[in-house]
Design a protein around this ligand. Structure first.
Ligand SMILES: [Zn+2]
Ligand SMILES: [Zn+2]
Length: 308
């Protein structure tokens, strides 16, 4: 039986068939389409195949995920970043993105301050009260600074944070209405959504792993433990191929040789697409762009990725 996943980049818009001939970077949303056909799970309705993709002329056919399941669209929206992307949104040093799986609305990191985060959410038409889960990658203020303001406005999430976080941070979050869950080792937040567990010898950090139809998406905050180590751990935790790695890669001071080594690790790990931002660094951005070509996704605040 044929088992195929067609992975197609569409220049986005509202629907699967609304591809236009405009360049991908001119549009806020991009769509990744996976058509999974298995003997037991797929139906003609589930096997969604994109038509006339643009700007990529040929659909890319890849192997199915290790755990093929019927699934809907996962939407990832960058809410806070120091890189501009969509007009009308504010930039500042830090990172936050919203992951909407259909099962849950998850905020990964909170940026450096709540007013800017909330202003960008308002501009994007996102209701903060829809947030059910917050995952904090690591303790640095440019990733955790927005939490207090979110809790003060009535968001009552379950917050997954590295166990190494200070006790007073956890206590304050709980006192403000959050339920704190400590991540030590790898942790299933819900089916298809994991923490890598806290990693690293210095700044302890966790990454978020999301199962989508085409494969696993790995989101890093700053990747202080080493982005290649976090991706390797994510692959173990999610037991699938890595469709996309996005977020801060923390390579601002890295040598050309070190970046080349990380790119080689990404290739060895089978990372298909990358969307680096935040603290990745100019040189690393350029080298990833050169290596990945059309699989390098330009991103910044306001970028919307639809993965299906
Ligand atoms: Zn950072
Ligand atoms: Zn950091």
């Amino acid at each position: 039986m044929l088992m195929l996943v067609a992975l197609v980049w569409l220049c986005a818009c509202q629907t699967l068939t609304a591809a236009t001939s405009a360049p991908a970077t001119s549009s806020r949303a991009e769509t990744v389409t996976g058509a999974a056909v298995t003997p037991t799970l797929a139906t003609p309705e589930q096997a969604r195949v994109a038509e006339t993709p643009a700007p990529s002329p040929e659909p890319m056919v890849i192997e199915p995920t290790a755990l093929p399941e019927p699934g809907g669209t996962v939407t990832i929206t960058i809410l806070y970043d120091n890189n501009p992307y969509a007009p009308g949104l504010k930039t500042s040093w830090g990172f936050a993105c919203l992951v909407e799986t259909g099962e849950a609305t998850v905020l990964f990191d909170t940026g450096g301050d709540a007013p800017l985060l909330l202003a960008n959410m308002a501009a994007l038409g996102i209701d903060p009260l829809s947030i059910e889960i917050i995952v904090l990658s690591h303790i640095h203020g440019d990733h955790t600074g927005g939490l207090k303001g979110l809790l003060e406005m009535g968001v009552q999430p379950t917050v997954y944070l590295p166990r190494s976080f200070p006790d007073d941070f956890k206590a304050q979050a709980q006192a403000a209405g959050a339920t704190a869950v400590e991540a030590d080792g790898p942790l299933e937040i819900m089916p298809g959504l994991w923490s890598t567990g806290e990693m690293g010898d210095g700044i302890r950090e966790q990454a978020l792993v999301v199962r989508t139809v085409p494969g696993l998406v790995v989101i890093t905050g700053c990747a202080h433990p080493g982005v290649e180590k976090m991706v390797a751990q994510a692959k173990e935790v999610g037991q699938g191929k890595i469709t996309l790695v996005m977020g801060g890669f923390h390579l601002g001071d890295a040598s050309r040789g070190r970046i080349e080594g990380i790119i080689a690790d990404f290739r060895r790990l089978g990372v298909q697409k990358v969307a680096p931002c935040h603290c990745t660094g100019k040189r690393a951005m350029e080298m990833f762009a050169a290596e990945y070509g059309e699989d390098f996704i330009e991103t910044g605040v306001g970028k919307v990725l639809q993965i299906q």
